[in-house]
Design a protein around this ligand. Structure first.
Ligand SMILES: Nc1ncnc2c1ncn2[C@@H]1O[C@H](COP(=O)(O)OP(=O)(O)OP(=O)(O)O)[C@@H](O)[C@H]1O
Length: 216
């Protein structure tokens, strides 16, 4: 379960959001919508531990997450829009690398787990290919497998349907639903309202549900 309490972010004098409260239960899918420039990516970067918040708490499975932008560990898995796959590693290596480096998992075991994840995401034939050989949708599923390999408490996506055709979007919906049945908690930042409606149990509208302006 992820609990967000009284979270606030300020850039200079400008309050991007404040008093943000939200709870996502285990296995739930939350979509975050709202107009461009409202603060969705900023929130995602804070959740990922890449950007400091100015106030508030993030509590994941009863443990407080660092909000100063110096977080250790991979409690939150994020699939960014450009996927950031390592170009010189194969698909399997991309997925198996972080558990070996960060969690000190043995290579054989990390690769076995990577194979299992890739199989579940329909990427058996791509395991030994390189990112440049993949379609956008395939790259995205590799990025999902790579995030899942670290066994995060929550998986977050930034605009997962942008640049995908209708068929690939359907596939993403299937993957999200499949992970949901496995109990994975997911948070999705999206502009795509039909997609949000198709996958989400709960929708958070940054344009409506968040306070801004004034000061902290
Ligand atoms: N490092 C920064 N310094 C100052 N202002 C920033 C910084 N990063 C973002 N902003 C501002 O904060 C606001 C929120 O930006 P953010 O990228 O989070 O919006 P968004 O809702 O994700 O938009 P989009 O959907 O277009 O990606 C914007 O007005 C942006 O200009």
């Amino acid at each position: 379960m992820l609990e967000i309490k009284n979270l606030a972010k300020v850039f200079g004098e400008r309050v991007i959001f404040k008093e943000m409260d939200l709870t996502i239960n285990d296995g739930e899918v939350l979509s975050i919508v709202g107009p461009s420039g409202i603060g969705k990516t900023t929130f995602l970067r804070i959740l990922a531990g890449l950007l400091p918040a100015d106030q508030g708490e993030l509590i994941l499975d009863n443990e407080s997450l660092d909000i100063t932008g110096n977080r250790q560990g991979a409690q939150v898995g994020v699939i960014f829009q450009d996927f950031n796959l390592f170009p010189h590693y194969t698909v399997k290596q991309n997925v198996a690398l972080a558990p070996q480096l960060v969690k000190k998992v043995a290579k054989k075991e990390a690769e076995k787990e990577a194979e299992e994840l890739l199989k579940n995401l329909g990427l058996v034939e791509q395991m030994n290919q390189y990112p440049f050989q993949l379609s956008g949708g395939q790259k995205q599923r590799v990025a999902i497998a790579r995030a899942l390999a670290m066994k995060p408490g929550i998986l977050a996506y930034d605009e997962p349907t942008s640049g995908l055709d209708a068929e690939s979007t359907k596939r993403v919906i299937k993957v999200i639903q499949q992970l949901k049945t496995q109990g994975v908690t997911q948070l999705i930042v999206t502009h795509d309202l039909p997609f949000a409606q198709a996958v989400a149990d709960q929708t958070f509208d940054f344009g409506v549900d968040v306070d801004r302006g004034g000061s902290l």
